[in-house]
Design a protein around this ligand. Sequence first.
Ligand SMILES: [Zn+2]
Length: 308
Amino acid sequence: MNKFIIGIDVGATNTKIGLIKAWSYKVIYRTVFGTRNYIRRKNILIKTLTSKIESLLQENHLFKNQILAIGLGLPGPIDCHKGIVHFLPNIPGWKEVPIKRILEQRLKIPVFVDNDVNLITLAEWRLGAGSGIRNLLCITLGTGVGGGLILDNKLYRGAHFLAGEIGHMPINETGPLCNCGGFACLERYVGNKYILSAAGKIFKKNNLTLEKLSLLSEKGNNQAIKIWQDVGRRIGVALSGAVNLLNLERIIIGGGVSLAGKPLWLAIRKTVQQRAMPNQARQVKIVRSKLGLDAGILGAAVLTRERF
Ligand SMILES: [Zn+2]
């Protein structure tokens, strides 16, 4: 009998649900809904998830015993062994929620939970830009800057499942305060809204988007090119530290900002070559992520498979 995995990727903006063939990782059904309506409405979000899963089963004429498990990614610190969400920085209202237990009780299907960026990292490592690589860092550039690590062929979670937060690596001794309580964190310079606010000051406009900024730089606008070079240099500085510390073979970069084009990518690569130690710098390849919007749900499926 064919077995399937349900992959769920809860993001601050959208929640994606996919039905995935368990052995081929083929995504055969997708559905998306907006998450913003569920801020401070945790119970309603959980209820929506269960009803979407029930209707996914119905629409695809599946019985629960055909589902190997549900893999669930959420954007925040999570105890992946107990399946408890500590909190979600961008979806207020979640605190120490035993989501694994709640969903398993309601759905009678095994549930595995992890941080969303860990799942993207698993997916890129098994199925995407990191295939066959034993030591890699995957970073996602968006509103937040996340990171996941594969070290010695295994997802590295750290002592309390909190490793990989490259977005909160300080890149200066002093600097602007970050949401996390620290200051001069990488995210504070290269998170979407900080790029846009820096660009807004230069262009004296407040309706800029990252896409417009990329278009401007593609057309040769020097100010836009400089903004992307500054972003790339800062990312490169943080990555140089990671490369020296971990002797990575590959760095995979995804998320909206990674689509910015040449000036960004040149600056990232050049900075790592200049700032990381020569041997480590020579051995690391910096590439774009491959799986795009499916990475989260595919990672949820990879997580499930690794647990069985
Ligand atoms: Zn921070």
